[in-house]
Design a protein around this ligand. Structure first.
Ligand SMILES: *Cc1c(COP(=O)(O)O)cnc(C)c1O
Length: 330
């Protein structure tokens, strides 16, 4: 299977907002769009997106995981970017149509169909730097993905960056292109200089998250992660893991903590990243100010893997879904 995000299914769904009206969420063969060079998004980054997955369970049925949460988050992102906010029902229809159009292209477990709803500003106006786009395009593309961990789970190395920000104190909660652009420089040099897999952004010494995943610590009976304050993405995987962790008897702490505290905790902790794409990715070491620090014994944490298992067994229909997170769609 191709690398994550580089294979696409044959169909997509498109709906446009023009003259104050959304068109129906129609299925089309996947293919290029053509845009006028003055299109708002190309100049002023009026773009936001979502990432969620559909799974084919062993009985052949197709299920979405917590898609209502992705829909709410896309609407919140759209509002932050002053874009037309698509009705929740339209986004849901677009997602479901996109999945149903490609059911025979969904890989078996542990693979999944990664779904990428995207909203962009399409008004033709290079004078609208200080104004939201009047027009918009909502589209949903899908990508068959394998188990992110095929070939074995490898503990990641994170570079702790306490100088750069991946976003701003309030815009960090928006799933918008600009935030990823802002973090590229830091991530690129972390790879080149330290062979780091990701950067853990800790502006002013306060631990936040990585470029595209939330960060968590398991230490004794404590499950620790940064509290939601607008500066980090409110991950749906993060929320699911906190609920499952509490259920498994962990004390959940959504708190602010510093790099110094983190470094003190690491020797007797497990650490991992959480997100839809990587599910739960163990962290084996961090680099701070040129010095490496091992997390626990540096190996994949056993208790982290238990949490991952608790989550994937619900996503895969192998465990009772007591929170009603999964939705049968086909
Ligand atoms: C998408 C994303 C996450 C993870 O969110 P999920 O809803 O769990 O997929 C975390 N951080 C950032 C910056 C993200 O873009």
């Amino acid at each position: 299977m191709a690398e994550f995000g580089q294979a696409f299914t044959s169909q997509m769904v498109v709906s446009s907002f023009e003259n104050d009206q959304w068109s129906t969420a129609d299925v089309k063969p996947i293919g290029p769009f053509s845009f006028h060079p003055a299109t708002h998004v190309l100049h002023y980054s009026s773009t936001c997106f979502e990432g969620l997955k559909a799974y084919r369970w062993v009985d052949g049925s197709i299920h979405l995981f917590r898609h209502h949460d992705n829909i709410s988050r896309l609407r919140a992102s759209a509002a932050s970017l002053c874009l037309p906010v698509p009705p929740a029902e339209l986004i849901e229809e677009a997602i479901i149509n996109a999945v149903k159009a490609v059911t025979d292209e969904i890989p078996d477990l542990p693979g999944a169909l990664y779904i990428r709803p995207t909203l962009i500003g399409t008004e033709l106006n290079i004078g609208a730097a200080g104004r939201g786009s009047k027009n918009a395009l909502l589209y949903v593309i899908t990508s068959p993905v394998g188990d992110y961990f095929s070939g074995g789970v490898r503990p990641l190395k994170l570079l702790i960056d306490d100088e750069n920000m991946r976003s701003t104190p309030k815009f960090g909660q928006v799933k918008t292109g600009g935030n990823y652009a802002a973090s590229l420089g830091s991530v690129t040099s972390a790879r080149a200089e330290y062979q780091a897999d990701q950067v853990l952004f800790c502006p002013g010494g306060q631990v936040q998250e990585t470029g595209a995943a939330n960060f968590m610590i398991l230490r004794g009976n404590d499950l620790i992660t940064k509290k939601l304050d607008g500066s980090i993405l409110p991950g749906i995987t993060r929320n699911s893991i906190l609920k499952l962790g509490a259920d498994m008897g962990y004390q959940v702490h959504e708190i602010d903590f510093t790099v110094d505290e983190l470094l003190n905790w690491l020797p007797d902790s497990e650490a991992f990243l959480s997100g839809t794409a990587a599910v739960l990715s163990p962290v084996g070491s961090v680099v701070y100010q040129g010095v490496g620090h091992t997390v626990g014994n540096g190996e994949v944490g056993e208790r982290s893997m238990q949490l991952k298992q608790a989550l994937t067994s619900i996503q895969h229909g192998k465990q009772e879904d007591r929170w009603h997170w999964t939705s049968l769609i086909a």
